[in-house]
Unconditional design. Structure first.
Length: 309
């Protein structure tokens, strides 16, 4: 896909069509939005070549937030982009210059072997090349303005990027997850993502509202690809965020809370998938969403426990 100079790149993280990065090309200059992991770097450089650019033609690497499936390869990629600056949220920038806390946290969750398999050796970015971008700030790509807004809810270090040229947002994880396997004749299917540890449901709904205020035509999701029919999908996200909150509160404090929430989330998403007319059967839908159901249950738990404090 290449519309308005926007190229979708499959980073090959976990599986095909799961994790996307984007290359925006304007007047022979380039900007990447998100970059996947270290293992994704050759794919991004290959996409650059296919677009007729060299690494020296890239002015920006933009990361929506610092979760490793979005920004794990930033340090290694920046080593290959001699003229690029890295645009980052104020809360994200310190972790790009010194990723030790990110590495420690992810290693505690996944273990050393899985860290190496999925992410490789995380590299720091020279802090002199990191540009902190505040809410409402605009950067230029060869005269093409890209505006950043602060979008907490999924993570407090998250921003989304508005591209007036395409009337589209690059949404990271703020506008949920929409996998092409779950499309139906009605269009895209979407679920929110509450990955631990900073899920804040009311802030997430407010962030979605800020995105809608521009009347966007398209959303470019990291997971996965470009989606339209924005108002319908936003309504689906609002309804599911509320349903997820209700599930969390229903099972909070009960034995086997995590399993109960996973089972209830699975029921919620399968019911919605059937109503949407997804072509996969329940087993297929559950297989596509298995990792996200696990992470959403963890995200709900983080929110519930933080709320008590």
């Amino acid at each position: 896909m290449n519309q308005h100079g926007i190229h979708t790149i499959d980073t090959a993280f976990q599986r095909e069509h799961f994790d996307a990065a984007y290359l925006i090309v304007e007047n022979g200059r380039g900007a990447f939005v998100d970059c996947g992991t270290n293992h994704s770097v050759p794919l991004l450089l290959s996409a650059l070549e296919e677009a007729g650019l060299t690494p020296g033609d890239v002015d920006w690497l933009i990361v929506t937030h610092v979760h490793l499936d979005h920004a794990g390869g930033a340090g290694l990629l920046m080593q290959r982009l001699p003229k690029a600056r890295l645009a980052a949220h104020p809360r994200a920038a310190p972790h790009l210059a010194d990723p030790s806390k990110l590495i420690a946290g992810a290693t505690a969750v996944y273990g050393e072997a899985e860290m190496q398999r999925s992410y490789g050796q995380i590299q720091a970015v020279d802090e002199r090349r990191v540009q902190v971008i505040e809410d409402g700030q605009v950067i230029e790509l060869s005269g093409r303005p890209l505006e950043f807004i602060d979008t907490p809810g999924h993570a407090r270090h998250h921003h989304c990027i508005w591209d007036e040229r395409s009337r589209a947002w690059f949404t990271g994880d703020t506008f949920g997850l929409s996998y092409r396997e779950l499309d139906s004749d009605k269009g895209a299917f979407v679920i929110p993502t509450s990955t631990p540890v900073q899920f804040e449901p009311e802030k997430l709904k407010a962030s979605i509202g800020r995105l809608l205020s521009r009347d966007p035509q398209w959303m470019y999701l990291t997971h996965y690809g470009r989606v339209g029919d924005v108002q319908r999908l936003a309504g689906d996200l609002y309804a599911q965020i509320d349903a997820m909150v209700e599930i969390g509160r229903q099972y909070d404090g009960l034995p086997d809370r995590h399993k109960r929430m996973k089972d209830a989330l699975t029921t919620l998403y399968l019911r919605r998938a059937r109503k949407h007319g997804c072509r996969l059967d329940d087993t297929g839908v559950e297989q596509v969403l298995r990792m996200d159901i696990e992470l959403n249950a963890q995200g709900l738990a983080s929110w519930l426990d933080r709320d008590k404090r």
